[in-house]
Design a protein around this ligand. Structure first.
Ligand code: PEP
Ligand code: MN
Length: 341
């Protein structure tokens, strides 16, 4: 249920109303935008008397929200959420609204030389965050599983060298302590419905990059984001990374329509990972361009300094030189869309 408040209402009166709602065992999501102030009521609202609420002097209107996701719903917050990540030299990296961001780096962190050299290259080309997996969710138990805590330490070395904030995937809640210096915690496609993990990340105090599951609907995706927001963490970034279909030419099928749909349904930033969607480096340019044109707030692209020797996902990784020309394509499309990069 959303309560639209009259303009220029004093804060004290808003607080009184919030207290009243909370005394009914419900919680309140407060959103003050440039033009409207909205109280989103979460919980069992079946006992709330809409007419009584409408009769309150500071209330403009009351509407029921039929979707099961509330805090992530654009009806609860019409303005875009902008996730802000502290960057180097006191500058922030912003994702959402008019700010476009590119996360780049290898699938897996493999060595200091590898991650530092890729970090320097992607930074030069205009990436604003560095990715690198330290815990890898591999289909085969015999495949490279990541360097674990050592991988996270090497990412921090690359951060010190370049100033790029870092993004890495968590696979097990028991590792949460190891992620204390990671700037953005990634939840991989295979963990999108790991509800105990989502609940814990609701209190982790860090931005979370939530990837869409391989075979999950948009509604299920938003419900997973709701789990994180329900814990009090509003810094959630959605990432479309391709879904399973009958098509086998590409690794997955990039659901490009998910981008405008998510932007329509939710205020959260929406990123696209064309690398895992396509599985093929030559598709990164057209899919990146399409993602920006569809309204994405950012892209996550795998880059490796020696793709043929990569320990994971070399076949889909761009070389630093390829990434540099992809960035030219991305930048001109982003400027055409009127966003900042
Ligand atoms: C990744 O980003 O390295 C990854 C494993 O992606 P996904 O969870 O989308 O498969
Ligand atoms: Mn990968």
């Amino acid at each position: 249920m959303i309560v639209i408040l009259k303009q220029n209402t004093e804060n004290a009166r808003i607080e009184m109303l919030i207290n009243k709602i909370e005394k009914m065992g419900l919680s309140c999501h407060y959103s003050a935008g440039a033009h409207t102030t909205i109280l989103g009521i979460i919980g069992d609202t079946s006992t709330v008397d809409i007419n009584l609420l409408r009769a309150n002097e500071i209330v403009e209107d009351v509407k029921r929200v039929s979707e099961p996701y509330k805090a992530v719903n654009r009806k609860f917050q019409p303005e875009d959420t902008i996730v802000r990540i502290p960057g180097s030299e006191g500058k922030e990296v912003c994702i959402g609204g008019d700010f476009f961001c590119v996360i780049a780096g290898p699938c897996s962190v493999e060595s200091e030389e590898q991650i530092v050299s890729i970090a320097k290259d992607v930074k030069k080309s205009g990436a604003t965050l560095l990715r690198g997996g330290a815990f890898k969710p591999r289909t085969s138990p015999y495949a490279f599983q990541g360097l674990h805590s050592q991988g996270l330490e090497l990412l921090l070395t690359a951060k010190q060298e370049t100033g790029l904030p870092i993004v890495s995937e968590i696979m097990d809640l028991s590792h949460l302590d190891l992620f204390r210096d990671v700037d953005v915690i990634q939840v991989g496609a295979r963990n999108m419905q790991n509800f105990s993990m989502l609940k814990a990340l609701g209190h982790c105090g860090k931005p979370v990059l939530l990837k869409r599951g391989l075979a999950n609907t948009i509604e299920e995706f938003l419900m997973s984001a709701e789990y994180i927001m329900a814990g009090g963490n509003s810094q959630v970034i959605l990432c479309e990374r391709g879904i399973r279909t009958f098509e086998t030419f590409t690794r997955n099928t990039l659901d490009i329509s998910a981008v405008p749909v998510l932007n329509h349904l939710s205020h959260l930033p929406v990123m696209v990972d064309p690398s895992h969607a396509a599985g093929l480096p030559w598709l990164i340019n057209p899919l990146s361009k399409a993602s920006v044109a569809a309204g994405a707030d950012g892209l996550m692209i795998e880059v490796h300094n020696n793709p043929s020797a990569a320990l994971s996902d070399g076949a889909q990784s761009l070389t630093p030189a390829q990434f540099n020309s992809t960035m030219d394509v991305i930048k001109s499309q982003v400027l055409f869309e009127g966003k900042q990069i």
